[in-house]
Design a protein around this ligand. Sequence first.
Ligand code: SAM
Ligand code: SF4
Ligand code: F3S
Length: 441
Amino acid sequence: MPRVYIRTFGCQMNVYDTGKMRALLGERGYEPTDDMAQADLIIVNTCSVREKPEHKVHSFLGDAFRVKRSRGALVAVTGCVAQQEGTHLLDRYPQLDLVMGPDAVPRIAELVDEARRRPLAETRFLDGDRYVFADAIDPDAEHGVGGFVTIQKGCDNKCTFCIVPATRGPELSRPSAEVVAEVRALVERGVKEVTLLGQNVNSYGLKTPGERTFAQLLRAVAEVPGLVRLRYTTSHPRDMGPDVVAAHRDLPVLARHLHLPVQSGSDAVLRRMKRFYTRDDYLRLVDALREAVPDIALTTDFIVGFPGETDADFEATMDLLDRVGFHGSFSFKFSARPGTPALKLLDRGEAVPPEVAQARLERLQARQRELSLAAHQAMVGREVEVLVEGPSRHDEGVVAGRTSDFKMVNFPGSLDLVGRLVRVRVTRAFTNSARGERVEA
Ligand code: SAM
Ligand code: SF4
Ligand code: F3S
């Protein structure tokens, strides 16, 4: 049996696409392997959202080509760098066999066959009539407590810093019947928690006459028997309407957590990012969510050092961080991406000096660590319900899982608890997790 090794960088979309590739190649007789040296097909599924992850692909390829030389493996680059670079990658790496963008994932098996005959780059975007979401289920899904389901591909927004619209193409919603069927198929395989994926889930269905809205989709998925928890990402604050807020209030299966990327707390920066909401809009949305679900935990993304960001702009971001009291955040220094509108701001000399951006990032992250610790400290002494995901990464005889509000909790227990909801009393708090003891039923 031929063996396939897939290395995945980037976001959950790529993790999901990797699962689809594993499934579709499995139908062609490929067996997954964790050892690249044993592989007959090596795939690197890439990310280009910032410069750093983009660089990873180039160092990875050096290792892949060594395996190619020793056992004739076929080497493929998929994902966002593949889409962005296309045939340039084939020019730069004569040993490369296949370059293929995210839209080609459903056709991976035939493209691999074709690439055996000649090097190939496939980076066309397919529109609604020609694109078919793959329905094959990742064979690894059976081993996981959580699973992803894509509800939409691409993005129609034009946030000025972002390369994703260029790498993932126009937004297209997946038919809701397919989404519900895939959730059901995962749950039948033992998955307990499903995360719905899209770049802008709140605009789900709006371009397709007769399709469910995102709020209606949440209600339909919530009815799948056996589903323990439902999450979704990513939500654009501009498009999150009262119907989605109401779904959070009404659906017990929907996690008491929302990742709601704000990017900046300054209206001037938000305007130049073309995010189309103000900090007050964002704060009003937070109030509405908290009215619907008082203990909802919020996490976010921040970019610091966006071109033209002043000290006052950054202070507005720090102020927003405190005002909302995010339980966690991902924060990044602005990274100039090829072809994005923000490059024009750099041309006008508005770049923030790297040492200033670095200092801002460190300040923001230090404050976030305090807020995250405080959020975990507030759990101490309380009983929480943990969906056990697997063994703790640090301690023998300890298992780890998450609460509905996305807190990682470790507690002594055996692996037969994996996949079960367990009541735990929290005894200690850390920045990124809590520790506890099982409360016997
Ligand atoms: N669609 C999601 C949204 O609208 O929030 C985000 C998708 S993006 C893959 C994930 C995060 O990467 C963004 O929220 C942003 O904070 C960050 N990001 C995107 N482009 C970036 C850039 N050029 N430099 C730094 N961070 C960036
Ligand atoms: Fe990028 Fe904005 Fe689309 Fe998110 S909504 S993927 S940040 S363009
Ligand atoms: Fe990266 Fe593409 Fe996701 S750029 S973050 S893998 S959509």
